[in-house]
Design a protein. Structure first.
Length: 274
């Protein structure tokens, strides 16, 4: 949501073979909120002809067919579709994609599932010998999930961690306390499970997963302190706080920033800090 540079030397290009098991197809939906566009991920064991697609993206027929043709060019048949969360830039095309590929769609939110079971914490996807571990990461939205791609020491984070800048806590569905817990959960993966790469839902791949997550935690702590100070100084409404705290941010992002500020104000109120 901001133009901050994350640790890990983000790559200048987006798309293509990013890890031995992860291939990115960039959707043509760039915007201030989606950065370069949505990253649709094709993940598969190198010696398997079956692939899993994570976040088909917007309802853009050309993009959906490109994902399918890319998988075919890699010698893969798409066998399953997964969603990190339900925002349209990630999930709007899922129903059409499922129709084109004759696959089920698995997600945390029952409303997003098609022809298959849901996803829960601790689930392991094993399509074609792949190992994808479901990691609950609510906060950006209540239904946000990440996927631990164990063999590549990577985690697919959706919008929880972006490849460039920071994300928003989409109040009221997203909650800051949940988000901070999710960041700590990802931090644990980098420290205890050997995760070193972030495959994000937007922006370039990050080669320093631990540095990226720690940057996010520090950024959230800094913003929270700024919001608390602003409220104590008499900035009462979320719009006033945004204008004061996010003065250095492109005004096109202020509506999104206001959602995060509302989440921060709720958090501060819940903890008796304002």
């Amino acid at each position: 949501m901001t133009a901050a540079i994350l640790p890990g030397d983000p790559r200048p290009t987006i798309g293509g073979q990013e890890t031995p098991r992860g291939y990115c197809v960039l959707a043509p939906n760039p915007s201030p909120m989606t950065l370069d566009g949505t990253n649709t991920w094709i993940v598969s064991e190198p010696d398997s002809d079956l692939a899993v697609v994570i976040d088909p993206g917007p309802a853009d027929e050309a993009h959906l067919t490109q994902v399918i043709s890319t998988a075919h060019s890699l010698g893969k048949r798409i066998a399953l579709t997964l969603l990190t969360h339900g925002h349209p830039d990630h999930a709007e095309g899922a129903a059409r994609f499922a129709e084109l590929t004759r696959t089920s769609v698995r997600a945390l939110d029952p409303a997003l599932r098609l022809g298959g079971e849901g996803l829960e914490a601790g689930d392991v996807i094993t399509t074609g010998g792949l190992e994808l571990r479901v990691v609950p990461t609510p906060g950006h939205t209540a239904d946000s999930l990440s996927f631990h791609l164990t063999a590549d020491a990577a985690v697919l984070t959706g919008d929880t961690v972006l490849g460039r800048g920071t994300t928003l806590v989409a109040h009221p569905d997203g909650r800051l306390g949940d988000y901070l817990d999710s960041l700590r959960r990802l931090q644990h993966l980098t420290m205890e499970a050997g995760v070193d790469t972030v495959l994000p839902g937007h922006g370039p791949v990050l080669a320093d997963a631990r540095g990226a997550v720690e940057f996010y935690l520090a950024h959230r702590a800094s913003r929270l302190a700024q919001v608390e100070t602003a409220v104590e100084a008499g900035y009462v409404t979320s719009g006033d706080v945004v204008a004061h705290v996010y003065a250095d941010v492109d005004k096109a992002l202020w509506p999104a920033a206001e959602l995060s500020v509302r989440a921060q104000m709720d958090y501060l109120s819940e903890h008796g800090l304002i």
